[in-house]
Ligand binder design. Structure first.
Ligand code: BDR
Ligand code: CA
Length: 320
């Protein structure tokens, strides 16, 4: 990779969002993080924004503008109470983090997205770690700016669910918004549950991470201590699932993953399946139905877990 990739991170921190921000900022020679926008989801918009600012304060990167994003989905009526069972009452329970040293910028997430895209000479890649409400609002209001986006790397969806039997949390939160993204025609790389549930870090590996000893590694291990409880105790998984970090890893190290180019759409109204990503893995729509459909998404299905964990640990070590 010769040039720095300009990126904007859309997130709802959230432990795995926080780990992804850390991974992205560990590689300033590869990634140019132009801004962070927040969304409600793992917690209320006030809490996820505070958490993004706390992370940047910890990492000494308060130069990165943070804008407050969507407090609610586009259409769905929802009571925003976060996911305390997964991320705690603060949205980032566990480690001691500093209070934010800066405030969010005085513009909305959509305004910041628009400004960053307009002012950039190069196209910008969007790292989508939450519901798509902010970017969908932008794409609907300013379709001219879709061309200024290089690609979308997203965590969300899958052929299985984690918030309902069928739906993954980020897509479930705002299915209408996600559908807008899938219809943009942009190159999309989707790290859904099929791959993220294979991208786990074991307790033993987390101790190795902590033992690296630098501030970044110790914080990452503490975030994983808290986040991992849900994966071990509730989901019964063999490790802590690093959902959102898969999106940045796919951008930095695509060779770690195996994906298939598929048509992906979102179920909006199914009684049991609302918020599910419908992944046409067998090309049913074109082969059997004879419909002209766009294989709009590189859906990641496999990860080299050992290499992924190694790359994650290297990134955390690099943070100093
Ligand atoms: C996704 O939902 C959120 O809780 C996590 O941060 C991740 O983005 C996993 O389904
Ligand atoms: Ca997230």
């Amino acid at each position: 990779m010769d040039r720095k990739i300009p990126i904007i991170i859309d997130c709802d921190p959230g432990h795995d969002d926080a780990l992804t921000i850390m991974w992205a900022l560990a590689y300033p020679e590869k990634l140019d993080v132009r801004g962070i926008v927040t969304c409600a989801g793992n917690q209320t918009i006030e809490k996820t924004t505070r958490n993004a600012l706390r992370m940047l304060t910890f990492l000494g990167r308060t130069d990165i503008p943070v804008a407050v994003g969507a407090a609610k989905p586009l259409v769905k009526q929802i009571e925003v109470k976060g996911t305390p069972i997964v991320h705690g009452e603060s949205g980032l329970d566990g480690p001691q983090l500093p209070e934010p040293a800066v405030k969010p910028v005085k513009m909305s997430a959509v305004e910041l997205l628009a400004q960053l895209l307009e002012q950039s000479e190069e196209k910008i890649t969007i790292l989508e770690l939450a519901a798509h409400t902010n970017i969908a609002t932008l794409f609907a209001a300013r379709p001219d700016l879709i061309d200024k986006v290089e690609a979308v790397y997203m965590m969300g969806g899958g052929t299985v669910g984690n918030w309902t039997p069928a739906a993954e949390f980020n897509i479930w939160w705002d299915p209408e918004a996600a559908r807008i993204t899938f219809k943009t025609g942009l190159p999309i790389t989707m790290a859904g549950l099929d791959v993220t549930q294979k991208a786990y870090i074991t307790r033993e590996e987390n101790e190795q991470l902590r033992a690296q000893g630098n501030k970044g590694s110790v914080l990452a291990a503490e975030l994983i201590d808290f986040f991992g409880r849900y994966h071990y105790e509730v989901e019964g998984f063999p490790g802590c699932t690093l959902h959102d970090p898969c999106a940045v890893a796919a951008l930095l190290s695509p060779e770690l993953f195996k994906g298939e180019q598929c048509n992906v759409d979102v179920e909006l109204s199914g009684e049991l399946t609302s918020g599910m990503t419908v992944i046409d893995r067998v090309n049913y729509l074109s082969k059997i139905m004879g419909r002209k459909v766009d294989c709009n998404t590189n859906v990641l299905f496999e990860v080299d877990r050992d290499a992924f964990v190694k790359a994650f640990m290297q990134a955390m070590k690099k943070l100093g």
